[in-house]
Design a protein around this ligand. Structure first.
Ligand SMILES: Nc1ncnc2c1ncn2[C@@H]1O[C@H](COP(=O)(O)OP(=O)(O)OP(=O)(O)O)[C@@H](O)[C@H]1O
Length: 574
């Protein structure tokens, strides 16, 4: 939590004024029992109505000042807590955007969602409550003990014993629940994860009639969450009854002790009423304090989860070596890659070069490492060893922004954002004009359907659900083309296109005026047969590199793929 306090730095004034006004309110509250004692001992006993009225007016005045102080404190506390949470959410969002693909894989998106919403709200509540009660409640408890001492030192001893017992209960319960709150938040992540998967895969689940299995899975996760919440709730629920019992026992003892003192003439009736009032104030404040501690406990658990994300090491490994070693557009030099420590290599000892303007095909069975290989060029993941160079320079020596301006990628799954087509295309180049966007749409073979749907202003719904798979793919390609990248990577991103459109797309790519180096990942030999070079992957190893004809001659894996698609006959769509 301490590390998160930097987000309070713009709210120093509010963080000071909120507790201050609460203390002001508390001070008046502590004086009230003394005034009541005076009304009883002086006003009522002597029958002085004027005195009683003047003291009652004084009490009304205290009430008004106390109320204004409380409202002012609430205003400052809310301002500081909301501002604090806004800053925290902003930093968290920025951090999430900086996370590398491997960190995103490791942490998981559902938990990030819970942390930026639920956890931040929890911390906001904690800050608000702390600013209002953290000083006030102990001040009243302490103040009431002191006041009791000034009235009668003997009764003050009783106060101290009650406060000590109450503190043991409150802190004991706090210690018992703190770990459980963390477990609850983690289980909430799991419930969210299941819900998210269910929503993302809604169509598949229905197609396979998997609703019952999914519901069962959800019920399992949800009942675990409710079990955890119930067991924690049971412990927290002890708090109020136990504190009430202790305080009421204290009050009974106090009244008994007070009655004896009044009889012997040591205390007045008004003083006993004042002592009773102080004991009641202690009860109210300790319950508030206990609730504050529960909220703060939850906030601490949430703060730790937020801090864990903020402290993730997103520092990308940069190399100082900006030397240009050669003129290749892309060079892989003995590259190895594994996703997790100890996991099998997804790529093993890959070396090849791609020249500027060349079309490079990447082929291989499923899971052979095609996506992994092309993902290393824009540094979605980093190689475990070996060197990758773009324009002759180590990719690690570019800033990610610089590198991703050069290298544009069309991913396997075409993702579009809700908005207009124009807004989507601007992702490719922030200041692209209509002409550039139209040219990209045309090259991506999307001009016809875009025209019929309203041109660049056509509406795109969330995830591009109002478009067909092939249309989404073509618009994703258009988005990548808008920025005139030097290197364009199409990761199986033309798979939903018919042969004629795919052929036209290949033609348009070769005719692009800036002649980018294009990597085409595909399962179809027909899509790659005109490539300048084809890389053949098998189980993470590069088992062939050459033209279609050369590979047919000397690469058995390539020939197998080709034969499986054309049965050995030359039937490819030329
Ligand atoms: N994010 C990831 N975390 C861990 N392992 C991964 C991850 N992505 C891929 N892998 C593993 O790396 C290997 C290569 O996967 P990759 O996606 O590169 O294959 P691919 O040839 O593109 O497959 P496909 O044609 O099916 O898309 C596979 O064994 C896969 O299980």
């Amino acid at each position: 939590m301490r590390k998160l306090l930097v987000y309070m730095k713009d709210y120093k004034k509010e963080s000071f004024l909120a507790p201050l006004f609460k203390l002001l309110e508390a001070t008046f509250e502590l004086i009230v029992p003394l005034v009541i004692a005076q009304i009883i001992d002086v006003g009522i006993q002597t029958g002085d109505t004027g005195f009683i009225i003047s003291r009652c007016l004084l009490l009304v005045g205290f009430g008004v000042v106390g109320m204004v102080s409380a409202i002012t404190a609430q205003y400052f506390a809310a301002k500081a807590a909301v501002g604090f949470a806004t800053g925290l959410r902003h930093s968290l969002f920025q951090k999430i955007n900086e996370l590398s693909f491997s960190l995103l894989d490791r942490v998981g998106t559902s938990t990030l969602l819970t942390r930026i919403t639920n956890d931040v709200n929890q911390v906001q509540n904690g800050v608000n409550l702390v600013l209002r009660l953290f000083m006030r409640s102990p001040f009243i408890v302490f103040g009431a003990c002191v006041m009791a001492f000034t009235i009668d030192p003997g009764s003050a001893l009783l106060f101290l014993i009650v406060v000590a017992l109450l503190s043991v209960v409150v802190f004991g319960i706090m210690l018992l629940t703190i770990k459980r709150y963390k477990a609850i938040q983690n289980q909430l992540d799991s419930v969210l994860n299941t819900t998210r998967e269910n929503l993302n895969g809604a169509r598949v689940i229905r197609a396979f009639c998997g609703e019952d299995t999914e519901t069962e899975k959800f019920i399992g996760q949800n009942s675990l969450l409710s079990k955890l919440q119930k067991s924690t709730g049971r412990i927290s629920a002890l708090l109020n009854p136990v504190t009430f019992i202790l305080i009421n026992v204290g009050i009974i003892l106090l009244i008994h002790y007070g009655a004896v003192q009044v009889n012997t003439g040591i205390l007045t009736q008004g003083q006993v009423v004042a002592l009773y009032n102080y004991m009641s104030q202690i009860l109210v404040e300790l319950i508030k304090l206990a609730n504050l501690i529960i909220t703060v406990t939850k906030s601490f658990a949430s703060a730790a989860r937020i801090r864990d994300v903020l402290e993730l090491d997103t520092n990308t490994v940069y190399s100082d070596d900006k030397k240009i070693y050669n003129t290749h557009a892309v060079e892989f030099d003995r590259v190895f890659m594994h996703y997790n420590e100890g996991a099998k290599d997804a790529l093993e000892n890959i070396s090849f070069t791609a020249e500027p303007g060349e079309i490079i095909g990447v082929i291989g069975g499923t899971g052979s490492g095609k996506t992994t290989l092309v993902g290393l060029i824009p540094r979605f993941y980093d190689a475990s060893s070996g060197t990758i160079r773009v324009d002759g320079r180590n990719v690690n020596s570019y800033s990610l922004e610089e590198l991703r301006e050069k290298v544009h990628v069309v991913l396997q799954r075409a993702v579009l954002f809700r908005g207009t087509l124009r807004e989507n295309l601007l992702w490719g180049k922030k200041n692209a004009n209509d002409e550039e966007m139209q040219a990209a749409v045309k090259a991506a073979q999307a001009a016809d359907f875009v025209q019929s749907k309203g041109g660049l202003d056509m509406k795109i719904t969330a995830e591009g659900r109002n478009l067909s798979g092939g249309q989404r793919q073509r618009l994703s390609i258009a988005r990548a083309l808008v920025g005139n990248p030097e290197i364009l990577i199409l990761d199986d991103s033309a798979s939903a296109l018919d042969y004629v459109t795919e052929k036209a797309l290949r033609g348009a790519l070769s005719a692009l005026p800036n002649k980018p180096t294009v990597f085409i990942v595909s399962q179809r030999t027909s899509s790659l047969r005109h490539a300048d070079k084809i890389l053949v992957l098998d189980n993470g190893a590069l088992v062939g590199c050459g033209t279609h004809d050369a590979l047919l001659e000397n690469c058995s894996v390539y020939r197998e793929i080709y034969d499986s698609q054309f049965g050995g006959k030359e039937a490819a769509a030329k």
